[in-house]
Design a protein around this ligand. Sequence first.
Ligand SMILES: NC(=O)c1ccc[n+]([C@@H]2O[C@H](COP(=O)([O-])OP(=O)(O)OC[C@H]3O[C@@H](n4cnc5c(N)ncnc54)[C@H](O)[C@@H]3O)[C@@H](O)[C@H]2O)c1
Length: 434
Amino acid sequence: MSPVTLAVVGAGNRGSAHGRWALAQPDRARVVAVAEPRAVRRDRFASSHDIPAGASFASWQELAAKGRLADAVMICTQDAAHAEPAVAFAELGYHVLLEKPMATNEADCRRIVEAVERAGVTFAVCHVLRYTPYTALVKRVLDEGRIGEVMSVQHLEPVGYAHHAHSYVRGAWRRQGAAAFMLLAKSCHDLDWLRYVVGRPIRRVASFGGLSHFRPENRPDGAADRCLDCAVEPACPYSAVRFYSRFLDRGVDWEGDHWPLDAVMDRYTEADLRAALRDGPYGRCVYASDNNVVDHQVVAMEFDGGPTGTFVMTAFSAGGHRRTRLFGTRGELEGDGETVRVHDFLTGTAEVLSAGTPGNATAGGGHGGGDWGLMDAFVRAVATGDRSHVLTGPRESLEAHLAVFAAERARREGVVATVAMDVASPQEDTAAGR
Ligand SMILES: NC(=O)c1ccc[n+]([C@@H]2O[C@H](COP(=O)([O-])OP(=O)(O)OC[C@H]3O[C@@H](n4cnc5c(N)ncnc54)[C@H](O)[C@@H]3O)[C@@H](O)[C@H]2O)c1
């Protein structure tokens, strides 16, 4: 079978990560075209993949204007720039791998689903957590009935103090409007994952949370607008100098992931880092940025048929994998992203199972094996025409996104929100050819 051909739209962190999977699997996939406005990124990417000048474009619009150049496209632009290319490339007949979130509003998410269904193409949203060995283990334990019927769930996304400061106070996801709101940007993964493991749609949600800490009034005495000028920087856990220097000191492996440095600068030298911290958004005091997304949020949810759950997202954590407790009628499952502890009510015993999770929870760590699991599934689905390899069909992805929009509405308006119920069940999803 000849390799699946891929076009990459947005050769930033995610586009490069997906591209690296193809480089490691040359017999299964080949990237043959790229669209990226930033010349440094475009040229670096084109050179790693041997993409000729004629297949290297400065925007997705220029790539789309050429008609269909590849079997599939991987859309890795920023959140607010997903819907237009997703619809355009689906209409051209490309199979579509779309970074999450699908789009920043409900209407655009629905427009994407309509477009991919109309075109009859394979479509996958990068809900990478579904594809980790750890999730496969959790699913297996649940499917074997080892804890009976799931009745309650507790799920935590410990974003991590430094990751939060990087992405959601200083970085690209700091402002709703420019990007998605926090729950959509970071935690659409979590609501999707909960829907997947519990095996039921989320029907009703309530939510609380806000931007409590990263605000001007919490700025310590003596703090400057930039970490480089700050007298109290050594005592600040959110120091940009300390955070980025730690990564720079480790050295940059050109074949590897460059998160978080790739967002900060194009060349990884001490001088470039200082220049970026001096002039760019990543050198700003976390109490003097223009961020407006929440730094902690909780969602209480009711699943179809009655099970209930809570989800906590917080900046104020050491980071690491998500942690979950699933409470069933015959037992309890406790998972930390690497191991699963199963307590059996009948025998009174507990068993610890290990998933052999590769990599850590961050983008740099490949999301615990999810990044490569996702690419493997998508390319397999495109190569064989068997869409069941993709674990998130368009309608199930839409359903999870609708739960996120409802939860955010609940938080903002102080109401209990009902998730729209007009989305087909997963069975219908499969039958409709996801
Ligand atoms: N699945 C996950 O776990 C995961 C993790 C991190 C980020 N993401 C999502 O992936 C997406 C990309 O994130 P990222 O960190 O790679 O961002 P990034 O900023 O590193 O990359 C986006 C790239 O798109 C390029 N771009 C802008 N306009 C373009 C156009 N018209 N045509 C082509 N390219 C264009 C930018 O120049 C940039 O290089 C975001 O939506 C983000 O939320 C998903």
